[in-house]
Design a binder for this molecule. Structure first.
Ligand code: ZN
Length: 309
């Protein structure tokens, strides 16, 4: 995943580029669209659900076949066309498309830089190195776009717990997880993803400048280097995490092609992809004829663990 703020900002950029007809369909349900921006990362926040490992299911959705996932999601949204949930599901689904387009575009760069970091410092935990990079991208990208420190971003403002959104998205996930992963998850467990996400993301922004100190202390006590602190956004990042200097990098799955794209350029490309995909699904949902877009690139594109789909 890119991190929380980057996904949110990306959604706003895509929304700003939509035609008026599309914007009118999504605009009234901006909260659902914003939740969609976080894609299956939503499941990462549901810890402590006993034997139900929702974060692992979130991972499986990231690594699985995106074509099948989008087909099942679109089928469910189409099925709900005559219900009160439809406008909410529509906006959520369009946001979810953005999540996919950004994840698959930015992950190869993140995994490349992560692999460099791990080579330089083998003691680093791979997921902490990944989280640190994405948190640093959040700090720098927010600064670049909003000219303010990332701590001034208040996720709860854009991610309210609206009952209609929670209800609709919970039922969508119940369906997806049952069809794709053969997991039957009680409603309540999925509902809890939302407040837990709100609570945990709030801690990442360090509004009072103390969370990083607390997270560092907890990491020291637990002996897990960076496990918590890597998620807390630093107020300042002093290296070129956005690759504005156009250093060379490559997708770990395809080292033969060298890129020099910066993060803002990667994001620009993902935005164009998202606009095309949103338009294609708008047409499909409008006509009721669903076809495959032949999506082959996974959310987890370029993963350090190798292709698992
Ligand atoms: Zn993701």
């Amino acid at each position: 995943m890119a991190d929380f703020t980057t996904h949110y900002l990306f959604g706003q950029q895509v929304f700003g580029a939509l035609n008026t007809q599309q914007a009118a369909l999504i605009g009234p349900n901006m909260d659902a669209y914003n939740w969609g921006q976080q894609g299956p990362d939503l499941l990462f926040f549901r810890r402590g659900a006993g034997r139900l490992n929702l974060p692992a299911m979130g991972n499986r959705l990231h690594c699985g076949d995106p074509d099948q996932l989008f087909h099942e999601m679109a089928s469910y949204v189409a099925l709900c066309k005559s219900t009160a949930s439809y406008p909410v599901l529509y906006a959520y689904f369009m946001g979810f498309i953005c999540h996919y387009c950004l994840d698959r575009a930015i992950h190869p760069y993140v995994y490349f830089v992560q692999s460099r970091r791990l080579a330089e410092n083998p003691k680093l935990h791979p997921s902490a190195a990944h989280a640190r990079l994405e948190a640093d991208i959040d700090t720098k990208f927010y600064e670049l776009l909003c000219h303010k420190p990332v701590a001034s971003f208040h996720p709860a403002k854009y991610y309210p717990l609206s009952p209609q959104v929670v209800y609709s998205v919970v039922h969508l996930y119940q369906r997806i997880l049952s069809i794709l992963l053969e997991e039957n998850i009680p409603e309540r467990e999925l509902e809890l993803c939302f407040p837990q996400c709100q609570r945990l993301t709030r801690l990442q922004y360090d509004h009072f400048g103390v969370n990083r100190t607390v997270a560092n202390a907890a990491d020291l006590l637990s002996g897990q280097h960076g496990a918590l602190s890597s998620h807390v956004k630093r107020p300042k990042v002093h290296y070129d995490v956005l690759n504005l200097a156009h250093q060379k990098w490559h997708n770990l799955w395809d080292p033969g092609i060298t890129y020099t794209l910066s993060v803002p350029e990667i994001i620009q490309g993902a935005k164009e992809d998202a606009l095309t995909m949103i338009e294609a699904y708008r047409d499909m949902l409008h006509t009721g004829i669903l076809t495959s877009l032949n999506l082959q690139i996974s959310f987890d594109n370029g993963s350090i663990k190798g292709p698992t789909a």
